[in-house]
Design a protein around this ligand. Structure first.
Ligand code: AMP
Length: 450
């Protein structure tokens, strides 16, 4: 067993409030339904709040937007200032219009109680409204590089006073030929700014750009997605929402399981599932953030020693757990982000062993399933266990996989209890785009370098 209890504690104990974020932001996160920070947020936010530059290796879907947006907003709570005409205090450069709009939406959501001025400047639309907006000055400007350069050239945007620069999806910018415009923009910014660069991969042009732009950056990297998924046998059971407990029990009883982790989305869900299994004679314990440290430790020890066959866990609770010999992972509910799915199934098939991941997916979770298939670049075998009625009620013409609808990222799926952000799917999402190739830079674990 290689469990690092230090790691475990670090993750299980990290809450947004532990990161020192202002109440006005915590309230917004609460309103958005975010329970706890994602890995990139836990790692990056402390550095950014110290004013450090940052090199973040992370794909879309990892929560990286909040990782940079929250510290920027935090800075504004501490240094309130009136926007100065034709300037922006923070500048975010993004490769596409769609991503720029999404980033601006995120700033508005996280800043909903502080109401920062947020503007978007992208190509393909009229200059005039953008000029009017820039003339008032902005707290946060999200822009694509080409159009921003036009505004700089015509004197409608003055970059010299910008305090924070974020380059998002730098590798995508490279693909789109934006490196030269970026260098031109950066050359006009103040030297004492804070700079953040995010990229899913690190081709040499990007590491060169990072070396030129960043000063003593902290480096933070989150698990990419492809590799673990390939070592695990995966299956999806389509089920009626109300039948999940019974199907889970049946599957657990019907499999040769020595150790299984069942993932639920909520703490209460974990308790309920554990109790249901216990009542049916399957030794199970729940582990989540509401349990005391002693309870968690006892549950883990019991699981490790084989006294308890099934551990029922929330994502956050399971993050630091590294236990060999987990034969099965059950997703009682699909996670909000495909990244979390990969984390979950990576709990099995450790040290070259084989493992099985079985997901229960009800109708409301179909878009989450599609997002997982996209990010892991595989079609998961589906077994339809829905009732005859539910099958017949399926919308005419919609297949089990959803009739080749545009991919919906997990981020946009309507998770229960979470505000459904009205965001649109980027037409050319780098990470999930139809043509995206598997990254040659797959990494197997989270890594932090200060
Ligand atoms: P991003 O990687 O920034 O594109 O974010 C992916 C999705 O995760 C977005 O829909 C966010 O709203 C959502 N998200 C980001 N951080 C969290 C969090 N801590 N908890 C739940 N959802 C989150």
């Amino acid at each position: 067993m290689a469990a690092s209890s230090e790691n475990f504690e670090r993750f299980i104990l990290t809450k947004f409030s532990d990161l020192g974020l202002a109440d006005i932001l915590l309230r917004a996160l609460n309103r958005e339904g975010y329970e706890s920070p994602t890995s990139i947020q836990t790692q990056a936010i402390p550095y950014l709040m110290q004013g450090r530059d940052l090199l973040g290796i992370a794909q879309t879907g990892t929560g990286k937007t909040a990782a940079f947006a929250l510290p920027i907003l935090q800075r504004f709570t501490q240094e309130p200032q009136r926007a100065v005409p034709f300037t922006a205090r923070a500048l975010i450069l993004a490769p596409t219009r769609e991503l720029a709009a999404q980033i601006a939406d995120s700033f508005r959501s996280y800043g909903q109680f502080m109401r920062p001025s947020v503007g978007v400047v992208v190509g393909g639309v009229s200059h005039r409204p953008q000029i009017e907006m820039l003339s008032r000055g902005l707290d946060i400007l999200v822009a694509t590089p080409g159009r921003l350069l036009d505004h700089i050239a015509s004197g409608r945007f003055k970059p010299a006073t910008t305090q924070v620069l974020v380059l998002d999806e730098a590798d995508h910018m490279l693909d789109l030929g934006f490196i030269a415009p970026i260098r031109q923009i950066v050359a006009k910014l103040a030297k004492n700014r804070q700079t953040l660069l995010f990229s899913a991969t690190m081709p040499k042009e990007i590491s060169g750009l990072a070396a030129d732009m960043l000063r003593n950056p902290a480096e933070v990297s989150v698990t990419p997605v492809a590799t673990t998924a390939e070592r695990v046998t995966q299956q999806v059971f389509l089920v009626d929402g109300g039948a999940k407990r019974e199907v889970l029990l049946e599957l657990i009883q019907g499999h040769e399981i020595s150790r299984a982790i069942v993932f639920t989305r909520t703490k209460r869900g974990a308790d309920r599932v554990a109790m249901h299994l216990e009542n049916a004679g399957v030794g199970a314990e729940a582990i989540h953030g509401n349990k005391s440290q002693n309870q968690r430790q006892r549950a883990l020890d019991g699981f490790r020693k084989g006294h308890t066959r099934v551990l029922v866990a929330t994502d956050i609770a399971a993050r630091g757990i590294d236990i060999d010999g987990v034969t099965h992972v059950f997703n009682y509910e699909l996670p909000d982000t495909p990244e979390a799915y990969v984390h979950r199934i990576g709990r099995t098939a450790r040290a070259g062993a084989s493992g099985q991941a079985i997901s229960l997916c009800d109708n409301a979770e179909r878009s989450l399933l599609r997002a997982i298939e996209k990010i892991t670049r595989q079609s998961l075998p589906i077994i339809d266990r829905r009732s005859e009625d539910a099958r017949q009620n399926e919308t005419l013409g919609e297949s089990v996989r959803g009739k080749g609808k545009p991919a919906v990222r997990a981020r946009n799926a309507p998770p229960r209890g979470r505000r459904d952000g009205a965001r649109s799917e980027p037409k050319s999402s780098h990470s999930f785009g139809k043509n995206s190739k598997p990254s040659s830079r797959s990494r197997a674990g989270d890594r932090v370098r200060g």
